[in-house]
Design a binder for this molecule. Sequence first.
Ligand code: 5GP
Length: 130
Amino acid sequence: MATIFSKIISGEIPAFKVAESDNFLAFLDINPLAQGHTLVIPKKEIDYVFDMDDDAYKELFLFAKKVARAIKQVVPCTKIGVAIIGLEVAHAHIHLVPINDVYDIDFKKEKLKLSHDQFVQIASSIASKL
Ligand code: 5GP
């Protein structure tokens, strides 16, 4: 069965996309820890990041680097924090989270509630820096 992220790749489920290449996609997390919280995924479905072959793994992180630099230009923050959790969605993904404090990347923290327009605006601002 296709993962929810594969359904985003195919367009079956909508997402606020910020960057796309032949093999990778970046889109806003629907339950963000911070404005600009982005997920970066390989289009090829694989559960665990550390099971990816070396080339795909390197390309995923290089793609994430570009996206992180774009987020940093748009969202006021000290750094872009990086996390790999993968306990909820079995499709490899990197979380990119703007942070000022270690608490900002605490996944037990209450998530932000953003409006559709806020998601659209953040996604397009990040995309404009890529
Ligand atoms: P993890 O698998 O890393 O524990 O968590 C999966 C992440 O994906 C969560 O932060 C969750 O908010 C996000 N997520 C789950 N379903 C969707 C979805 O349908 N769309 C988007 N944009 N994000 C999702």
